[in-house]
Design a protein. Sequence first.
Length: 363
Amino acid sequence: MQAQRLLSDSDAGSPALYRAAATSSAARPSSSAWALRRSALAGFIALLVLPVLTAAPAVAQMASASYPSRPVKLVATYPPGGSSDLMARILAQKLAELWGQQVIVDNRAGAAGSIGMEYAARQPPDGYSFVIGNLGPAAVNPLISRLSYDVARDFLPVSMICTGPNILVVNSASSMKTLQDVLAEARTRPGTLNFGSGGAGSLAHLGGEMLKREAGIDITHVPYKGGVLSVNDLLAGQVQLVFSDALPVMQHIRAGRLRAIGTTGAQRSPLAPDIPTFAEQGMTGLVATNWWGALLPAGTPSAIADRLHDDLVRALATAEVREKFALLGVEAVSSTPDAFKAFMQAETMRYARLVKEVAIRGE
């Protein structure tokens, strides 16, 4: 029979360790002896583990204090020149000032923001890469397409960044001047009016689908790789309607090249107080707001995630960032990670009903 006994330093020439020794049944230790030996072993293991456990918080604190020690990559999921790109550059500049480190904006456009999210999900979880996700790729695209990323599994929510409505615009050369004109044209020529968007699942796409549902009209969706591209084709006469963030269209509205029909916000936008909401015009079911937020790859150390959160909140609270965001037609906001997570879940549930009702499919 084999049993174990605790050797002394003199027995083994080393610190006390458990070693197998041959004993007879008669020499088998009593239960009290076993208890003493188990206690000794537990104490020895504790001496080994305790320094590791006590050092872990200190290591995490040191990592947070030194973060970032090299350039950070901010992934933008849409092309240069659009709202998502410009807000990323505004934040990158402010964070670089706070950190004394370069923040590089990396545009990964396509599939209504999904390509950028897929890329961001594959980055090392070390805090040196984060992404600005919005309604489409973070909440709606997973409902309409098979994607390699799962927001709940692959990302760590950090904070909301901003919110803003869409504006429905037409070419100023069009005969459509009001919402009623748009509806009349769509009913006269069903299926012939095309509306452009920044991609399937974007708020611009959802806005068009809500317009179809609320008014009972038939208009055709034309997806682009970004909202700016859809606006360019509207100016060129390739599409007849576009739901867009404020930034790409306001300059053209002011210059008389585009005409605003309505905004999807619950209230009129301070950037364009003369543009009525759809609710004002009798379409109370067409109220929707785009939103943007920062996410890290899952597995990023909590100390680094907390540091990024705190610095984002600081940046978003500055007058400079708030004013620059207002010029983009969005309102700077911030949140706790848990609040942002709950908000994304609620938005996913809200639009899941619309996706099912009108059978929206991905690109």
